[in-house]
Design a binder for this molecule. Structure first.
Ligand code: PMP
Ligand code: GLN
Length: 382
Protein backbone atom coordinates (compact mmCIF):
# COMPACT_ATOMS: atom_id res chain seq x y z
CA UNK A 1 0.00 0.00 0.00
CA UNK A 2 1.48 3.35 -1.01
CA UNK A 3 1.70 5.83 1.86
CA UNK A 4 1.35 9.51 1.08
CA UNK A 5 1.96 12.04 3.80
CA UNK A 6 -0.68 14.71 3.28
CA UNK A 7 0.58 18.24 2.80
CA UNK A 8 -2.83 19.49 3.90
CA UNK A 9 -3.85 17.02 6.59
CA UNK A 10 -6.60 19.24 8.02
CA UNK A 11 -8.21 20.18 4.75
CA UNK A 12 -11.40 18.59 3.44
CA UNK A 13 -13.53 19.39 0.39
CA UNK A 14 -14.21 23.10 -0.12
CA UNK A 15 -17.59 24.38 1.07
CA UNK A 16 -18.40 25.57 -2.47
CA UNK A 17 -18.27 22.06 -3.89
CA UNK A 18 -20.25 20.65 -0.99
CA UNK A 19 -22.98 23.27 -1.24
CA UNK A 20 -23.27 23.16 -5.04
CA UNK A 21 -23.59 19.36 -4.86
CA UNK A 22 -26.35 19.68 -2.26
CA UNK A 23 -28.09 22.22 -4.50
CA UNK A 24 -28.29 19.57 -7.23
CA UNK A 25 -29.21 16.77 -4.83
CA UNK A 26 -32.10 18.71 -3.27
CA UNK A 27 -33.01 20.61 -6.44
CA UNK A 28 -32.59 23.79 -4.39
CA UNK A 29 -32.13 27.40 -5.51
CA UNK A 30 -28.38 27.98 -5.40
CA UNK A 31 -27.38 31.28 -3.81
CA UNK A 32 -24.27 29.59 -2.41
CA UNK A 33 -21.22 29.42 -4.67
CA UNK A 34 -20.43 32.74 -6.32
CA UNK A 35 -21.24 32.65 -10.02
CA UNK A 36 -23.79 34.38 -12.24
CA UNK A 37 -26.75 32.37 -13.56
CA UNK A 38 -27.44 34.82 -16.41
CA UNK A 39 -25.73 34.65 -19.82
CA UNK A 40 -22.46 36.40 -20.53
CA UNK A 41 -21.93 38.78 -23.46
CA UNK A 42 -22.63 37.19 -26.83
CA UNK A 43 -20.22 39.66 -28.40
CA UNK A 44 -17.43 38.20 -26.29
CA UNK A 45 -18.32 34.57 -27.01
CA UNK A 46 -18.47 35.47 -30.72
CA UNK A 47 -15.02 37.05 -30.51
CA UNK A 48 -13.62 33.91 -28.89
CA UNK A 49 -15.31 31.66 -31.45
CA UNK A 50 -13.87 33.81 -34.19
CA UNK A 51 -10.43 33.66 -32.60
CA UNK A 52 -10.60 29.86 -32.74
CA UNK A 53 -11.81 29.86 -36.32
CA UNK A 54 -9.03 32.26 -37.25
CA UNK A 55 -6.52 29.69 -36.06
CA UNK A 56 -5.50 31.15 -32.69
CA UNK A 57 -5.25 27.69 -31.19
CA UNK A 58 -1.60 27.18 -30.30
CA UNK A 59 0.46 28.28 -27.29
CA UNK A 60 0.68 31.99 -26.93
CA UNK A 61 3.40 33.91 -25.07
CA UNK A 62 4.28 32.45 -21.68
CA UNK A 63 3.41 35.69 -19.88
CA UNK A 64 0.13 36.11 -21.75
CA UNK A 65 -0.94 37.36 -25.17
CA UNK A 66 1.10 40.57 -25.71
CA UNK A 67 -1.90 42.52 -27.05
CA UNK A 68 -4.00 41.60 -24.01
CA UNK A 69 -1.24 42.74 -21.65
CA UNK A 70 -0.82 45.99 -23.57
CA UNK A 71 -4.56 46.70 -23.40
CA UNK A 72 -4.66 45.84 -19.71
CA UNK A 73 -1.89 48.39 -19.11
CA UNK A 74 -3.95 50.98 -21.02
CA UNK A 75 -7.04 50.18 -18.94
CA UNK A 76 -5.05 50.50 -15.72
CA UNK A 77 -3.56 53.82 -16.80
CA UNK A 78 -7.08 55.18 -17.36
CA UNK A 79 -8.70 53.72 -14.26
CA UNK A 80 -5.96 54.10 -11.71
CA UNK A 81 -3.61 56.63 -13.25
CA UNK A 82 -0.68 54.24 -12.95
CA UNK A 83 1.82 53.29 -15.58
CA UNK A 84 2.38 49.52 -15.77
CA UNK A 85 4.94 47.88 -18.05
CA UNK A 86 3.01 45.11 -19.85
CA UNK A 87 6.20 43.16 -20.56
CA UNK A 88 7.59 43.19 -17.05
CA UNK A 89 4.63 43.59 -14.71
CA UNK A 90 1.64 41.63 -16.01
CA UNK A 91 1.21 37.85 -16.26
CA UNK A 92 -2.01 36.23 -17.50
CA UNK A 93 -3.01 33.25 -15.35
CA UNK A 94 -5.63 30.50 -15.38
CA UNK A 95 -7.82 32.36 -12.88
CA UNK A 96 -7.39 34.56 -9.85
CA UNK A 97 -6.98 31.64 -7.45
CA UNK A 98 -4.00 30.38 -9.43
CA UNK A 99 -2.50 33.88 -9.41
CA UNK A 100 -2.79 33.95 -5.60
CA UNK A 101 -1.27 30.49 -5.25
CA UNK A 102 1.60 31.37 -7.58
CA UNK A 103 2.34 34.62 -5.77
CA UNK A 104 2.40 32.87 -2.39
CA UNK A 105 4.60 30.08 -3.75
CA UNK A 106 7.02 32.56 -5.33
CA UNK A 107 7.22 34.75 -2.25
CA UNK A 108 7.11 32.57 0.85
CA UNK A 109 9.76 30.55 2.65
CA UNK A 110 8.96 27.95 5.31
CA UNK A 111 8.35 29.67 8.65
CA UNK A 112 7.38 33.02 7.14
CA UNK A 113 4.35 34.63 8.73
CA UNK A 114 1.45 35.89 6.64
CA UNK A 115 -1.24 38.12 8.12
CA UNK A 116 -4.68 37.01 6.94
CA UNK A 117 -7.99 38.64 7.79
CA UNK A 118 -10.91 36.34 8.49
CA UNK A 119 -13.50 35.51 7.33
CA UNK A 120 -11.69 34.99 4.00
CA UNK A 121 -11.89 33.15 0.69
CA UNK A 122 -11.15 29.57 1.69
CA UNK A 123 -8.15 29.10 -0.63
CA UNK A 124 -5.90 31.55 1.23
CA UNK A 125 -4.92 29.57 4.30
CA UNK A 126 -4.23 26.19 2.62
CA UNK A 127 -2.17 27.99 -0.02
CA UNK A 128 -0.04 29.60 2.67
CA UNK A 129 0.34 26.34 4.59
CA UNK A 130 1.27 24.22 1.59
CA UNK A 131 4.29 26.51 1.24
CA UNK A 132 5.33 25.86 4.83
CA UNK A 133 4.46 29.39 5.87
CA UNK A 134 2.34 30.33 8.88
CA UNK A 135 -1.00 32.14 8.66
CA UNK A 136 -1.35 34.74 11.40
CA UNK A 137 -5.08 35.16 11.71
CA UNK A 138 -6.88 38.39 12.56
CA UNK A 139 -10.65 38.64 12.74
CA UNK A 140 -12.29 41.47 10.85
CA UNK A 141 -14.42 43.45 13.29
CA UNK A 142 -17.95 42.12 13.47
CA UNK A 143 -20.42 43.35 12.26
CA UNK A 144 -18.92 45.82 9.74
CA UNK A 145 -15.91 43.60 9.05
CA UNK A 146 -13.38 46.43 9.13
CA UNK A 147 -9.67 45.81 9.70
CA UNK A 148 -8.49 46.29 13.31
CA UNK A 149 -5.25 48.10 12.46
CA UNK A 150 -4.01 48.29 16.06
CA UNK A 151 -4.13 44.50 16.24
CA UNK A 152 -2.29 44.28 12.93
CA UNK A 153 0.52 46.39 14.38
CA UNK A 154 0.68 44.16 17.44
CA UNK A 155 0.87 40.98 15.39
CA UNK A 156 3.76 42.08 13.20
CA UNK A 157 7.00 40.28 14.09
CA UNK A 158 10.42 39.90 12.51
CA UNK A 159 8.98 36.92 10.63
CA UNK A 160 6.06 38.79 9.05
CA UNK A 161 6.59 38.50 5.32
CA UNK A 162 3.21 39.32 3.87
CA UNK A 163 -0.20 40.87 4.52
CA UNK A 164 -3.15 39.64 2.44
CA UNK A 165 -5.99 42.02 1.67
CA UNK A 166 -9.18 41.55 -0.33
CA UNK A 167 -11.42 44.44 -1.35
CA UNK A 168 -14.29 44.19 -2.15
CA UNK A 169 -14.22 41.32 0.27
CA UNK A 170 -15.48 37.76 -0.04
CA UNK A 171 -17.60 36.77 1.90
CA UNK A 172 -18.59 40.01 3.67
CA UNK A 173 -18.88 42.63 0.92
CA UNK A 174 -16.73 45.00 3.03
CA UNK A 175 -14.52 47.44 1.12
CA UNK A 176 -11.31 49.21 2.08
CA UNK A 177 -11.14 53.01 2.28
CA UNK A 178 -8.30 55.42 1.59
CA UNK A 179 -7.72 55.52 5.35
CA UNK A 180 -7.14 51.74 5.31
CA UNK A 181 -4.65 52.17 2.50
CA UNK A 182 -2.81 54.85 4.50
CA UNK A 183 -2.62 52.46 7.44
CA UNK A 184 -1.19 49.82 5.14
CA UNK A 185 1.37 52.30 3.84
CA UNK A 186 2.38 53.37 7.33
CA UNK A 187 2.71 49.80 8.59
CA UNK A 188 4.74 48.47 5.66
CA UNK A 189 6.95 51.48 4.87
CA UNK A 190 10.62 50.68 5.43
CA UNK A 191 9.90 46.98 6.09
CA UNK A 192 10.40 43.84 4.06
CA UNK A 193 6.68 43.02 4.18
CA UNK A 194 4.95 42.16 0.92
CA UNK A 195 1.26 42.55 0.17
CA UNK A 196 -1.04 40.23 -1.68
CA UNK A 197 -4.07 42.17 -2.81
CA UNK A 198 -6.97 40.12 -4.10
CA UNK A 199 -8.96 42.50 -6.31
CA UNK A 200 -11.07 40.07 -8.30
CA UNK A 201 -14.18 42.12 -7.44
CA UNK A 202 -12.59 45.45 -8.49
CA UNK A 203 -15.62 46.42 -10.62
CA UNK A 204 -18.25 45.08 -8.23
CA UNK A 205 -18.33 48.05 -5.89
CA UNK A 206 -21.43 50.06 -4.97
CA UNK A 207 -22.76 53.26 -3.43
CA UNK A 208 -20.34 55.42 -5.47
CA UNK A 209 -17.38 54.19 -3.46
CA UNK A 210 -14.12 54.20 -5.45
CA UNK A 211 -12.19 50.94 -5.52
CA UNK A 212 -8.99 51.39 -3.52
CA UNK A 213 -6.73 49.40 -5.78
CA UNK A 214 -3.11 48.89 -4.80
CA UNK A 215 -2.49 50.07 -8.37
CA UNK A 216 -3.31 53.62 -7.22
CA UNK A 217 -0.41 53.56 -4.77
CA UNK A 218 3.01 53.20 -6.45
CA UNK A 219 4.83 52.74 -3.13
CA UNK A 220 2.51 49.86 -2.22
CA UNK A 221 2.64 48.31 -5.68
CA UNK A 222 6.41 48.00 -5.32
CA UNK A 223 5.86 45.36 -2.61
CA UNK A 224 2.65 43.82 -3.94
CA UNK A 225 1.15 41.06 -6.00
CA UNK A 226 -2.28 42.20 -7.21
CA UNK A 227 -4.62 39.47 -8.46
CA UNK A 228 -7.59 39.77 -10.83
CA UNK A 229 -10.14 37.50 -12.53
CA UNK A 230 -11.75 37.93 -15.95
CA UNK A 231 -14.34 35.42 -14.73
CA UNK A 232 -15.87 38.03 -12.39
CA UNK A 233 -15.62 40.97 -14.77
CA UNK A 234 -17.13 39.25 -17.81
CA UNK A 235 -19.64 36.87 -16.15
CA UNK A 236 -17.67 33.78 -17.16
CA UNK A 237 -16.32 32.16 -14.00
CA UNK A 238 -15.99 28.86 -15.89
CA UNK A 239 -13.37 30.35 -18.20
CA UNK A 240 -10.87 30.47 -15.35
CA UNK A 241 -8.74 33.27 -16.67
CA UNK A 242 -7.15 36.05 -14.65
CA UNK A 243 -3.92 37.95 -14.19
CA UNK A 244 -1.38 39.17 -11.71
CA UNK A 245 0.29 42.58 -11.58
CA UNK A 246 3.33 43.35 -9.50
CA UNK A 247 6.63 45.18 -9.53
CA UNK A 248 9.05 43.93 -12.19
CA UNK A 249 11.26 42.49 -9.43
CA UNK A 250 8.51 40.44 -7.84
CA UNK A 251 7.11 39.43 -11.22
CA UNK A 252 10.41 37.79 -12.14
CA UNK A 253 9.96 35.34 -9.29
CA UNK A 254 6.24 34.89 -10.00
CA UNK A 255 7.07 33.86 -13.56
CA UNK A 256 9.67 31.34 -12.44
CA UNK A 257 6.90 29.44 -10.67
CA UNK A 258 4.31 30.01 -13.38
CA UNK A 259 6.49 28.83 -16.27
CA UNK A 260 6.85 25.30 -14.93
CA UNK A 261 3.32 24.98 -13.66
CA UNK A 262 1.00 26.07 -16.44
CA UNK A 263 3.50 27.87 -18.73
CA UNK A 264 0.83 29.68 -20.75
CA UNK A 265 -2.97 30.15 -20.76
CA UNK A 266 -5.83 29.54 -23.16
CA UNK A 267 -5.05 31.45 -26.37
CA UNK A 268 -8.46 32.05 -28.01
CA UNK A 269 -9.92 33.44 -24.77
CA UNK A 270 -7.07 35.92 -24.58
CA UNK A 271 -7.51 36.96 -28.22
CA UNK A 272 -11.25 37.50 -27.66
CA UNK A 273 -10.78 39.45 -24.43
CA UNK A 274 -8.00 41.60 -25.94
CA UNK A 275 -10.60 42.88 -28.38
CA UNK A 276 -13.54 43.08 -25.94
CA UNK A 277 -11.55 44.90 -23.26
CA UNK A 278 -11.64 48.04 -25.43
CA UNK A 279 -15.42 48.16 -24.88
CA UNK A 280 -15.16 50.09 -21.63
CA UNK A 281 -18.88 50.15 -20.97
CA UNK A 282 -18.77 46.40 -20.30
CA UNK A 283 -16.87 46.92 -17.05
CA UNK A 284 -17.79 50.52 -16.28
CA UNK A 285 -21.46 49.48 -16.09
CA UNK A 286 -20.83 46.76 -13.51
CA UNK A 287 -21.14 48.80 -10.28
CA UNK A 288 -24.63 49.95 -11.28
CA UNK A 289 -25.62 46.57 -12.66
CA UNK A 290 -24.68 44.65 -9.52
CA UNK A 291 -25.84 47.34 -7.13
CA UNK A 292 -29.30 47.00 -8.67
CA UNK A 293 -29.16 43.26 -7.97
CA UNK A 294 -28.02 43.80 -4.40
CA UNK A 295 -30.85 46.29 -3.84
CA UNK A 296 -33.47 44.13 -5.54
CA UNK A 297 -32.50 41.16 -3.39
CA UNK A 298 -32.41 43.29 -0.20
CA UNK A 299 -35.89 44.64 -0.93
CA UNK A 300 -37.27 41.12 -1.43
CA UNK A 301 -35.55 39.88 1.71
CA UNK A 302 -37.44 42.45 3.82
CA UNK A 303 -40.36 40.02 3.67
CA UNK A 304 -38.26 37.50 5.66
CA UNK A 305 -37.07 37.70 9.26
CA UNK A 306 -33.36 37.66 8.27
CA UNK A 307 -31.28 40.73 9.18
CA UNK A 308 -29.23 42.28 6.37
CA UNK A 309 -25.63 43.16 7.13
CA UNK A 310 -23.76 45.76 5.06
CA UNK A 311 -22.42 44.95 1.61
CA UNK A 312 -20.66 47.63 -0.43
CA UNK A 313 -19.20 45.29 -3.02
CA UNK A 314 -18.64 41.76 -4.40
CA UNK A 315 -21.40 39.30 -5.40
CA UNK A 316 -22.36 38.76 -1.80
CA UNK A 317 -24.70 39.93 0.91
CA UNK A 318 -24.55 38.47 4.39
CA UNK A 319 -27.60 37.99 6.60
CA UNK A 320 -27.70 37.37 10.32
CA UNK A 321 -30.15 34.90 11.83
CA UNK A 322 -28.71 35.22 15.36
CA UNK A 323 -32.04 36.61 16.62
CA UNK A 324 -33.93 33.65 15.16
CA UNK A 325 -32.05 30.55 16.19
CA UNK A 326 -29.23 29.17 18.31
CA UNK A 327 -28.31 26.62 15.66
CA UNK A 328 -24.76 26.48 14.34
CA UNK A 329 -24.59 28.12 10.91
CA UNK A 330 -23.63 24.89 9.13
CA UNK A 331 -26.66 23.08 10.59
CA UNK A 332 -28.85 26.04 9.86
CA UNK A 333 -27.66 26.24 6.23
CA UNK A 334 -28.30 22.52 5.85
CA UNK A 335 -31.81 22.93 7.22
CA UNK A 336 -32.49 25.74 4.73
CA UNK A 337 -31.53 23.37 1.93
CA UNK A 338 -33.53 20.40 3.16
CA UNK A 339 -36.64 22.18 4.43
CA UNK A 340 -36.79 25.31 2.30
CA UNK A 341 -34.88 24.41 -0.87
CA UNK A 342 -32.34 27.25 -0.78
CA UNK A 343 -28.55 27.04 -0.68
CA UNK A 344 -26.41 29.64 1.13
CA UNK A 345 -22.88 29.51 2.52
CA UNK A 346 -22.37 29.45 6.31
CA UNK A 347 -19.79 32.14 7.07
CA UNK A 348 -18.03 29.93 9.67
CA UNK A 349 -16.58 28.07 6.66
CA UNK A 350 -14.42 31.15 6.07
CA UNK A 351 -12.75 30.95 9.50
CA UNK A 352 -10.01 28.47 10.26
CA UNK A 353 -11.43 27.88 13.75
CA UNK A 354 -15.02 27.85 12.51
CA UNK A 355 -16.01 31.07 14.35
CA UNK A 356 -19.77 31.20 14.15
CA UNK A 357 -21.65 34.51 14.40
CA UNK A 358 -24.76 32.90 12.92
CA UNK A 359 -24.35 34.62 9.58
CA UNK A 360 -25.08 33.25 6.10
CA UNK A 361 -23.65 34.47 2.80
CA UNK A 362 -26.05 34.87 -0.12
CA UNK A 363 -24.85 35.31 -3.72
CA UNK A 364 -27.04 37.85 -5.55
CA UNK A 365 -25.30 37.51 -8.95
CA UNK A 366 -28.49 35.95 -10.25
CA UNK A 367 -31.44 36.66 -12.53
CA UNK A 368 -34.28 38.51 -10.82
CA UNK A 369 -36.49 35.45 -11.13
CA UNK A 370 -33.89 33.33 -9.31
CA UNK A 371 -33.74 35.85 -6.47
CA UNK A 372 -37.54 35.97 -6.33
CA UNK A 373 -37.77 32.19 -6.24
CA UNK A 374 -35.22 32.02 -3.43
CA UNK A 375 -36.92 34.63 -1.28
CA UNK A 376 -40.34 33.09 -1.90
CA UNK A 377 -39.01 29.94 -0.26
CA UNK A 378 -37.58 31.87 2.68
CA UNK A 379 -40.75 33.81 3.35
CA UNK A 380 -42.24 30.76 4.98
CA UNK A 381 -39.32 30.52 7.41
CA UNK A 382 -40.23 29.85 10.99
N1 PMP B 1 -10.55 35.67 -4.80
C1 PMP B 1 -11.79 35.70 -4.31
C2 PMP B 1 -12.03 36.47 -3.07
C3 PMP B 1 -12.82 35.02 -4.94
O1 PMP B 1 -14.04 35.03 -4.41
C4 PMP B 1 -12.54 34.32 -6.12
C5 PMP B 1 -13.66 33.62 -6.77
N2 PMP B 1 -13.52 32.31 -6.87
C6 PMP B 1 -11.22 34.33 -6.61
C7 PMP B 1 -10.26 35.02 -5.92
C8 PMP B 1 -10.71 33.68 -7.84
O2 PMP B 1 -11.46 33.50 -8.92
P1 PMP B 1 -11.04 32.59 -10.13
O3 PMP B 1 -9.93 31.70 -9.69
O4 PMP B 1 -12.28 31.84 -10.44
O5 PMP B 1 -10.63 33.51 -11.21
N1 GLN C 1 -15.10 32.46 -5.04
C1 GLN C 1 -16.34 31.82 -5.27
C2 GLN C 1 -17.20 31.94 -4.04
O1 GLN C 1 -16.77 32.43 -3.06
C3 GLN C 1 -16.20 30.36 -5.59
C4 GLN C 1 -14.89 29.88 -5.97
C5 GLN C 1 -14.75 28.43 -5.81
O2 GLN C 1 -15.70 27.68 -5.95
N2 GLN C 1 -13.58 28.03 -5.48
O3 GLN C 1 -18.31 31.50 -4.06
Amino acid sequence: MIQLQSKLPNVGTTIFTIMSQLAVEYNAVNLGQGFPDFPMSETLTDLVNQAMKNGNNQYTHMNGLPLLRKRLAEKIEKLYNTSIDPDMQITITPGGTYAIYTALTAALQPGDEVIVFEPCYDSYIPNIEINGAIPVLINLQYPDYSIPWEEVKQKITSKTRMIMINSPQNPTGAVLSDVDMQQLQAITAGTNIMILSDEVYEHLIFDDIPHQSILRYPDLLERSFVCFSFGKTYHCTGWKLGYCISSAELMKEFRKVHQFNCFTCNTPLQVGIADYITKEEAYLSLPKFYQAKRDYFAELMKATPFKAMTSHGSYFQCYSYAHLSEEADKDFALRLIKEYGIVTIPVSAFYKNGKDDRVLRFCFAKKEETLEKAVEKLKGFS
